[in-house]
Design a protein around this ligand. Structure first.
Ligand SMILES: [Zn+2]
Length: 306
């Protein structure tokens, strides 16, 4: 990994070898852009040896903050006024319940670590349902909001990465977080240390081998460059797990994700009938994923220690 200055003088990270398997044969596979915030162009590279896809020349950790400055990444207000807000709250509550059921079906353990806990809704929901929760979140505003709204004190990443969390946990969750983490292996190793030997890890990440990803190409919303540094598939998640002492024991999915990704992708394509086309592609994608789980738009991978 080499940090360089690009021509806008922001720091970027240039990879000469595959971040997953170290192969030197990496090359360009897709030119896309940041459709949601900066409109800056970015390139996705592929490794022909392990098929890992990643964002080349992505902003370094201390230069990526401006790419997160948008309403999209600011949590919705808590007022329940307006149809959109009501729908948003209903969808969020449904997803919280589905995530909790998924966890409860995998383990009877009650100690949970959520990495990338955001504004703390999942932590709070799990705590209300009898879990002893620990959160890790990089954004200090989000940590402050979690403390203010839910009285839950969340740790910055160093606490996890520098092994300052003393108690081991039964469950670790990363809901659409791993693809944002510069230090992917550092987190995986920290998770290994922090997890009980019979514990489970749940990792939700987009799948660029999904039907909707292949349909939308460079407009696929879940490429989300440069915020998404890594673009996973079932095969590369399995390889990352294996490299860090884990194995993938199952793959699950949440039903709303293909619709969300398809609607947003239609928007990026500037489609005039985004609601209709997005809905149709979302539905096709969901049906394809029922027939072939490896093509789910956003699988949840269940990992255990090897
Ligand atoms: Zn590779």
């Amino acid at each position: 990994m080499v940090q360089t200055e690009n021509n806008t003088s922001n720091k970027t990270i240039h990879y000469d070898t595959c971040p997953l398997c170290n192969s030197k044969k990496i090359g360009l596979t897709l030119a896309t852009e940041d459709y949601s915030i900066s409109r800056d162009p970015f390139e996705i590279y592929v490794c022909p040896d392990c098929d890992f896809h990643f964002t080349q020349n992505a902003p370094a950790p201390d230069a990526i903050a401006p790419y997160y400055k948008s309403d999209v990444y600011i949590s919705h207000s808590d007022t329940k006024e307006g149809l959109v807000n009501r729908l948003y709250h209903a969808a969020r509550d449904l997803m919280l319940k589905k995530k909790r059921k998924l966890v409860q079906n995998l383990t009877t353990g009650k100690r949970l670590l959520d990495i990338g806990s955001g504004t703390g809704y999942f932590l709070n929901h799990m705590q209300e349902n009898g879990f002893k929760v620990v959160g890790v979140e990089i954004d200090s505003d989000a940590r402050a909001a979690t403390l203010k709204n839910f009285k839950i004190k969340v740790n910055p990443p160093e606490t996890l990465l520098e092994q300052k969390l003393t108690e081991k946990v039964d469950v670790i969750t990363l809901w659409h977080v791993l693809e944002h983490l510069h230090d992917m292996d550092g987190y995986m190793q920290s998770m290994y240390r922090q997890l009980n030997d019979n514990g489970v890890v749940l990792i939700a990440v987009p799948n660029h081998k999904s039907y909707d990803a292949q349909h939308y190409g460079k407009h696929w919303a879940a490429y989300d460059v440069p915020r998404h540094l890594w673009h996973f598939s079932p095969a590369t998640v399995a390889r990352l797990a294996d490299k860090n002492g884990f194995k993938v024991i199952a793959q699950k999915r949440l039903p709303l994700d293909p619709f969300y990704n398809s609607l947003l992708s239609e928007k990026y394509q500037a489609s005039k009938l985004s609601l209709i086309f997005g809905g149709v592609i979302g539905l096709v994608s969901l049906l394809v994923s029922y027939m072939n789980p490896s093509r789910s738009t956003s699988p949840i991978y269940i990992l255990k220690k090897k």
